[in-house]
Design a binder for this molecule. Structure first.
Ligand code: CAA
Length: 385
């Protein structure tokens, strides 16, 4: 067992760290306060290759693996979680197209996503009535001459208004349940493809979250991603990987909170001593550091399994549920360390707390992760205990 990073992984992590400190951190509060989408920052990330860390070189990526990708997401999230979610969803879409797309689809979309020309990709699975129960989606795709006509509404779509390409899940055989779902690549500006409400969110305010509408939206035959009826499996495969991204993001937010808490507790004096001299606060710092390290190990293990092409569904869900809940506790405790100053916008900790909250919800709630973990545990119990 080797816990050391390779030289390449360290280099990529340090590049992301420097970029995050220089380009993302200074305006993170402003992006949050004024709902500014990080278009310029995404292009700058594309310029240094960080939009395609786990994408094959032949399609414009860095091909540096899943561990490197996880390290990048964590470093970016330490500075700006809003920018990070756009990067993570873009990566998820690029990987999905690389894994299941035709050569033409890879050439047309993956390079455009990773070099920043298409700004980002988006992932349109959820609907107003279909969240955790993803197979209950209602968007329809009717076969017509030369292609398909999409009809329906999607909700909670990250970067859905700015993306050059959106992966859309629709029922192609409504009677067949999960096996009647297929997946389509829809380009920005397609006839009948509209952007609806922009969500007024609690956190990640620099990211864009919209609903999307499809009204008689024609897509050609070649827009089908993967095989007909395989859409649900594609969604599950993509989300397994996406959950490593969310775990990495949550870890980054938690580490940022710990750093803020340590800084504040070292400077602030009460009863004639710095806060760090009080054991009650030391324990909060100790618990937080320990939990974040556990989150880091779970996340990197899931990333390594995926990189080695071994099963990682269970490990990704464990990493996601643990890291997102540890990040939440980290933000809450470190806000407490700040006292009243933690409750106002003068310090970043309240933004970190708001940003952390959604990591327990999106790409599968904590409850869904526990369903996945329990199912896997029951399926392979002899190998787990
Ligand atoms: N990999 C491959 N195949 C999988 C799989 C996986 N991880 N998980 C399930 N499948 C397959 C099953 O094997 C089954 O196929 P067979 O019938 O051939 O055996 C099929 O998919 C159906 O599986 P289930 O019966 O387990 O499906 P279910 O309806 O019980 O749902 C669930 C399971 C885990 C709850 C799933 O619905 C789920 O993950 N829900 C959460 C959805 C989610 O994460 N949404 C996030 C939206 S995207 C987002 O947030 C992005 C953003 O913008 C930030």
């Amino acid at each position: 067992m080797d816990l050391d990073l390779t030289t390449e992984q360290e280099l990529i992590r340090d590049t992301a760290r420097q970029f995050a400190r220089r380009e993302l951190a200074p305006a993170a509060a402003e992006r949050d306060a004024q709902d500014i989408f990080p278009t310029r920052e995404l292009r700058a990330l594309a310029d240094i290759g960080l939009l395609g860390v786990n994408v094959p070189e032949e399609h414009g990526g860095m091909e540096a693996g899943v561990v490197a990708y996880s390290l990048v997401i964590t470093e970016l999230a330490r500075a700006c979680a809003s920018t990070t979610v756009a990067v993570a969803v873009t990566n998820m879409v690029a990987e999905l197209i690389c894994q299941f797309g035709t050569e033409e689809q890879k050439v047309r979309y993956v390079r455009g996503i990773t070099d920043g020309e298409m700004v980002s990709g988006s992932f349109a699975l959820s609907e107003p009535q279909s969240g955790s129960d993803a197979a209950s989606l209602r968007t329809r795709a009717e076969r017509v001459e030369g292609g398909w006509v999409l009809g329906g509404t999607k909700q909670w779509i990250t970067s859905g208004d700015v993306s050059g390409v959106t992966v859309v899940w629709a029922k192609t055989d409504p009677a067949a349940g999960a096996k009647g779902i297929s997946c389509f690549l829809v380009e920005k500006g397609a006839d009948g493809f509209g952007v609806g409400r922009h969500e007024d969110k609690m956190g990640l305010r620099g990211s864009s979250t919209v609903s999307l509408t499809f009204e008689d939206c024609f897509v050609p035959e070649k827009a089908l991603l993967g095989d007909l009826g395989d859409g649900f499996k594609l969604a599950m495969v993509a989300l397994d990987g996406g959950r490593i991204g969310v775990a990495s993001q949550a870890l980054g937010i938690g580490l940022a909170a710990l750093s803020e808490g340590l800084g504040y507790a070292s400077e602030r004096k009460q009863f004639g001593k710095p806060l760090t001299a009080f054991q009650g606060l030391q324990w909060m710092l100790a618990d937080t550091a320990t939990e974040l390290d556990a989150a880091r190990l779970l996340t990197l293990r899931a990333a390594l399994l995926k990189e080695r092409k071994r099963p990682f569904t269970l490990e990704a869900s464990m990493a996601k549920v643990y890291a997102s809940e540890a990040a939440w506790r980290a933000c809450d405790r470190m806000l407490q360390v700040h006292g009243g100053y933690g409750y106002v916008k003068e310090y970043p900790i309240e933004r970190l707390l708001r940003d952390a909250r959604v990591t327990r919800i999106y790409e599968g709630t904590s409850e869904v992760q526990r369903i996945v973990i329990a199912r896997e545990l029951l399926r392979r119990q002899d190998r787990m205990v």
